[in-house]
Design a binder for this molecule. Structure first.
Ligand SMILES: [Zn+2]
Length: 387
């Protein structure tokens, strides 16, 4: 993502609205709306090259650290890499009119807008980089989770499965982010496509983690986790006695993510499965490409709250799952939360910022967020889940 624009000017931000209801903190994210118009335009292109060009411009806008309206005003939009004249016209229309006449007439010419409308639904409640930053800086009551209260990340992948780095390298990178703990959650053997690890490999991994923890002498703690796969019937790919070998289990869906029917029973069964501690990326949605699991989420959240299973806000930019709107329902249901990066490399560890941003918009207190707990509280909670 491009990061070459000037920093945001505080005075250009919208004044905070009066708090009148649950939607009061929702971001007016002009950057993501402008990026969305460019994604629409990309979907309308028959030539691969122009489709690629609009998509690349859209990504650049979604990743801007500045408010796109400021760049329109100052005429500096053309300095953003990959944003060409036709993209500039569309962005300018969105900023000035709230909609793009260029995109709208292209839709009219194309005739059948249904595919486009479907695509728009796959971009709901995603935050741009700018909106994420704004949510982190938002002035909120001190009990609401923030970066200062955040101790560590509980979903990440190492070279043991499909990640790019060793556990020691990931731990070092987490420490330089100011974290004091982390959970390693490589994929379990039921997901060979993600190079899921065998139980024998997990045992060797645990020896490696023990040695690393000993070397860190209490300055930083690595927790032993696993990301288990939720099967079609809500069972997991690891047996209950296998799950007990880990300090905590993240259960996540990686299949049946495009089904139009509800999968409430599957998700409820997963959170009720013994030794599950976190429900990972609960929908399995993907930006602009799939909606993920459809379910009666308040029922799933109720089951999670009942078992003290934390529901995850996965901060990977393409996931942002749960988003602030569903997170608010989970908050009402009494859930605990895990705010994680789902990083597969050290560069992706910063995705926790998106998870924290969604949690702040949802108004989640730090004491409901496991990432803010002490090692002792985490040990006790994990042991209870394994119970
Ligand atoms: Zn996953």
């Amino acid at each position: 993502m491009a990061t070459h624009a000037k920093p945001p000017r505080k005075s250009r931000q919208r004044p905070s609205r009066t708090v009148t209801g649950p939607s009061a903190l929702e971001p007016d994210d002009v950057n993501i709306r402008a990026a969305g118009a460019l994604y629409d335009m990309a979907a309308l292109q028959s030539a691969e090259r122009s489709r690629f060009g609009y998509k690349r411009a859209a990504k650049a806008v979604a990743g801007l650290p500045a408010l796109v309206s400021d760049l329109v005003e100052s005429g500096t939009l053309k300095e953003i890499p990959y944003v060409g004249p036709s993209s500039i016209r569309i962005i300018t229309e969105v900023v000035r009119d709230g909609r793009s006449a260029t995109v709208e007439s292209a839709i009219e010419r194309a005739g059948n807008p249904s595919r486009l409308v479907a695509g728009r639904r796959l971009r709901g409640n995603f935050l741009s980089h700018f909106a994420m930053q704004r949510a982190l800086a938002m002035n909120l009551p001190p009990h609401i989770v923030d970066k200062a209260a955040f101790r560590g990340d509980f979903q990440m992948h190492s070279q043991w499965s499909d990640g790019g780095e060793s556990i020691a390298t990931m731990a070092g990178a987490c420490q330089s982010l100011g974290h004091t703990c982390m959970g390693v959650t490589d994929h379990s053997y039921g997901l060979p496509i993600a190079r899921g690890i065998s139980m024998a490999a997990a045992a060797r991994q645990h020896t490696e983690i023990d040695k690393l923890n000993a070397r860190l002498e209490g300055t930083f703690r690595v927790f032993k986790g696993i990301e288990a796969n939720i099967l079609a019937d809500g069972n997991l790919d690891l047996q209950a006695e296998e799950r007990a070998a880990f300090e905590f289990v993240v259960a996540s869906p990686h299949s049946l993510l495009r089904r139009p029917e509800r999968q409430t029973e599957r998700m409820v069964a997963a959170v009720r499965a013994p030794s599950v501690a976190i429900l990972g990326h609960p929908r399995g949605r993907m930006f602009n490409s799939r909606a993920g699991v459809i379910a009666d989420w308040p029922r799933v959240f109720e089951a999670a709250a009942d078992r003290k299973v934390a529901v995850e806000l996965d901060g990977n930019w393409h996931r942002q799952d749960l988003d602030f709107e569903l997170a608010r329902l989970a908050l009402d249901a009494g859930c605990l939360f895990a705010l994680d990066s789902d990083a597969h490399s050290i560069g992706e560890l910063r995705f926790t910022d998106y998870a924290i941003a969604h949690a702040r918009i949802a108004g989640i207190p730090a004491d409901r967020v496991i990432n803010c707990w002490s090692n002792e509280a985490l040990d006790a909670w994990m042991e209870e889940r394994r119970g």
